[in-house]
Design a protein around this ligand. Structure first.
Ligand code: 26V
Length: 801
């Protein structure tokens, strides 16, 4: 049906009628989306079946990537591209007077993740399939993904996300592979053959029903699986109150939680985590047992990766199944488990490390808690043997302490590998945050610098730039992104620079039209598109960006002769619903936008735009249009960042701190092709240790700082004077935990350099092309190859013949 456009058209029209019961003329865009989606899924299914058969017959080692989030983005366009049928479909539809991009817009954008961690998981799936690696995702089929953001009078309002409202053409429900999950109840011990055995009794049981989604590799025949679990009540459950049982059960997979600490201790979140882990481990064991019987060899055939600590209960759950169900001894089970599991840490923010109160944990998961206690006791005994008498160290490293279960400690003790996501982050883990664990298990620690899928963030998001690169250096880089470096040989050609300028302008125009439509703001295409899009967090310092804009506004107002390169400041960010500070910053950006955009003179030079409901599909329109990428976290706080890489790949220049992967980007492209500023991670960590930072001194000594900070509370924004007092307090009363005022001067300086640099447009675009040419290193194909070789020990599976 996709062999040429005529057969496609014929098939499409027939299918449209049979699926929707309507003629072509009556059919809606959604009908067309559904028809095309179903055709594509059908086309995928034979490859999918073949891939699974190939994996079975080759009995290759498999990796299972457990993640509480998979932030996939829309799939139709990516699947068409990966299957190499996009052109046929696009041309066929065109002849029917249908635009493919309009159809694509019909697909809901599954927001099954918060940000970096979830999107990384999605890029990893793409790379696993493309590299023909036997690797599959396990996650949760949330009925509602991350909330939809509406802005009302400058304030964020959250609405439930509804990605399943019109169904999901990509998923296949597999009720036969459902598994039971047990909560509550108690543990009964009995003696059996002279040993103790344990049974979880009186439990409340819940059904985990798998929905499989195909993960299509790019221009290969491999189709891997993302299995998302849905919680459903058991049919024959003898419950007195069937309605509340049903409600409680379905609640488990109703919502994705926003990542904040303010709802810490939510039992539903703990339920979600165990639900994911137990269902996935049971499913992994079941497929292992189809081919083999000796579970003592599990680690030779299976690797289980836990994406942050959310799935850390994979360790005790695997122990439980091996011991209670499969009859292995503790030592045998421990050997297998700790050789099978590996763990990635994604943040060093202490407040983001998961700890569960025992009083919540133990009643909900009595057997799992018991196993964690045993792991803890054995671990503490090992510590005692190595550090006799060092109570302090043991208390600090224990998995259970002070009424809490520390999930990161559980993950470290139960895994064979622990990695950070950028060099600096891995070093901070080793030398500071997890120092004592590094000393105890030095061989477990390693780095895997993050990456992004160039297929989504370049080929799909920026077809114009893709075409230009292909015309310039051919197509090899598409399969081997490190070959993008060949672009460097063409930099002397003024035609390349000119063509790149044209591509950038085209993409700026597309974004400008969207901004005009959504925000009613007309922006100048000759202005610098200066973009900060990411979750709203104090450590990411959207506030520093805001203070810089306020400073520019002041300069422009005070001095009619002050001229700058025109700029359009673009923001996109969701704030966690209970994160008060973050929501205030969103309001502040809107108040600033109001002030700047309404000023007849200032608005000729600068504009401020907040794009509502930032998500993958919106991001695909933003990265290609950016000139400047704001990566301005307090050094040491951003584990890696991945947006930084997406901007780089689309030819934006970075304004950034020496944090996360920014450092490795700088090492690649050279200092002259990035704008760095601010404290280093060491500076920050020293300040944090010696407590010598006084934000008030910077306030008093720098008039520019005083002016902008005062404007937060002196009625400058002409509203309620108390509105932004909490932000001013964070800077002065609370001594500016994220060093915004400390880095202010340095940031202003570097931004001035950016403005000047943009005036030499040739030189600017040359720098942009240098950024693109080095971006291959940050492809998730490189990252995944490293995981495959160093951690998982899996190799590609190829179709024979
Ligand atoms: C959770 C919380 C909870 C409380 C307040 C602060 C806070 C901050 C972050 C998080 C989420 C942590 C997990 C996460 O998304 N980390 C991101 O992972 C990306 C992929 O490795 C990485 O590029 C980002 O730097 C990192 O923040």
């Amino acid at each position: 049906m996709f062999s040429n456009k005529d057969s496609f058209k014929e098939c499409f029209l027939k299918r449209l009628e049979s699926m929707c019961g309507k003629g072509f003329e009556e059919s809606t865009t959604r009908d067309k989306y559904h028809t095309l989606g179903n055709m594509v899924r059908e086309y995928i299914s034979s490859k999918w079946i073949e891939t699974n058969e190939r994996y079975r017959s080759e009995s290759q080692k498999q990796v299972y990537y457990l993640s509480i989030e998979f932030l996939l983005g829309r799939l139709l366009g990516q699947n068409l591209l990966n299957l190499q049928i996009k052109d046929i479909v696009e041309e066929g539809l065109k002849e029917l007077n249908i635009s493919l991009s309009e159809i694509e817009e019909c697909e809901s954008d599954p927001a099954l993740g918060n940000g970096g961690l979830g999107r990384l998981a999605a890029c990893f799936l793409d790379s696993l399939a493309t590299l023909n690696l036997p690797g599959h995702g396990y996650g949760i089929r949330y009925k509602h993904g991350l909330f939809d953001q509406k802005i009302v009078d400058g304030y964020q309002v959250e609405l439930p996300e509804q990605w399943l409202r019109h169904g999901n053409v990509w998923e296949v429900r597999k009720p036969d592979e459902s598994v039971e999950i047990s909560f509550w109840g108690r543990v009964e011990a009995s003696t059996h053959n002279g040993g103790l055995t344990f049974k979880h009794v009186d439990a409340q049981k819940v059904l985990a029903v798998p929905y499989d989604m195909p993960v299509v590799g790019f221009e290969v025949s491999t189709v891997n699986t993302l299995r998302l679990w849905n919680a459903e009540p058991e049919t024959f459950s003898p419950h007195q109150d069937i309605l509340s049982y049903k409600r409680e059960t379905e609640a488990i997979t109703d919502f994705l939680y926003p990542d904040d600490t303010y709802d810490e201790g939510k039992i539903l979140r703990l339920k979600q985590q165990y639900f994911l882990v137990s269902a996935s481990i049971q499913s992994i064991i079941a497929s292992f047992k189809k081919e083999r019987s000796n579970l003592r060899e599990l680690h030779q055939h299976v690797a289980i990766h836990i994406n942050d600590t959310h799935p850390a209960m994979a360790v005790p759950e695997l122990m439980r199944i091996l011991i209670d169900v499969e009859g292995l001894s503790w030592d045998e089970a421990w050997e297998v488990t700790s050789q099978t599991v590996s763990y990635t840490n994604h943040t060093i923010l202490a407040e983001a490390l998961e700890k569960w109160p025992i009083h919540l944990f133990k009643p909900l998961l009595p057997r799992i808690y018991m196993i964690i206690e045993e792991i803890n006791e054995r671990f503490c005994a090992e510590l005692w043997a190595k550090y006799p008498g060092d109570w302090h160290r043991i208390e600090h490293m224990a998995i259970i302490a002070h009424g809490l279960v520390k999930m990161a400690h559980l993950a470290i003790v139960g895994s064979s590998s622990i990695n950070g996501v950028a060099k600096i982050h891995s070093n901070i883990l080793k030398n500071r945050e997890m120092k004592s664990f590094y000393e105890f298990y030095p061989w477990k620690f390693n780095n895997k610098t993050n990456g992004i899928s160039h297929r989504r963030w370049l080929l799909k998001a920026n077809p114009e730039l893709t075409a230009l690169i292909k015309n310039t250096i051919g197509e090899e880089w598409v399969r081997s992104p490190e070959k993008l470096i060949d672009l460097k040989n063409h930099l002397h050609q003024s035609s390349l620079i000119e063509q790149f300028a044209a591509v950038k302008r085209k993409r700026k125009e597309i974004l400008a039209n969207k901004i005009a439509e959504k925000n009613g703001i007309i922006v100048d295409l000759d202005s610098i598109f200066d973009v900060q899009v990411k979750r709203l967090h104090a450590y990411k310092r959207q506030l520093l960006n805001v203070l810089h804009i306020m400073y520019l506004y002041n300069r422009l107002k005070e001095d009619v002769n002050y001229t700058i390169q025109p700029r359009t400041f673009i923001f996109g960010a969701k704030a966690s619903p209970t994160y008060y500070y973050a929501k205030k910053i969103i309001k502040l950006i809107h108040s600033l936008a109001e002030k700047v955009n309404k000023d007849p003179r200032v608005s000729k030079v600068i504009k401020v735009v907040f794009m509502e409901n930032y998500r993958v599909s919106l991001a695909e329109g933003i990265f290609p249009a950016a000139d400047v990428s704001e990566q301005i976290s307090t050094a040491s706080k951003e584990a890696s960042g991945t947006g930084n890489m997406k901007f780089m790949m689309n030819g934006a220049l970075t304004v950034g701190t020496l944090d996360g992967a920014n450092i490795e980007m700088m090492e690649e492209i050279g200092k002259e092709n990035i704008f760095t500023f601010g404290l280093t991670a060491n500076d920050v960590l020293k300040y944090e240790e010696n407590g010598r930072y006084r934000s008030m001194e910077y306030y008093h000594h720098d008039q520019r700082i005083r002016q902008v900070v005062d404007q937060l509370t002196n009625g400058f924004f002409s509203e309620d004077e108390g509105e932004f007092e909490s932000i001013a307090d964070s800077l002065l009363v609370q001594n500016d935990q994220y060093f915004v005022l400390r880095d202010f001067a340095s940031y202003i300086d570097v931004q001035e350099k950016v403005g000047l640099a943009y005036q030499d447009r040739n030189d600017w675009y040359e720098k942009a092309l240098i950024n693109i040419s080095h971006s291959g290193l940050f492809s998730s194909d490189r990252t995944i190859s490293q995981y495959a070789d160093d951690i998982w020990k899996i190799s590609p599976s190829y179709v024979k013949g």
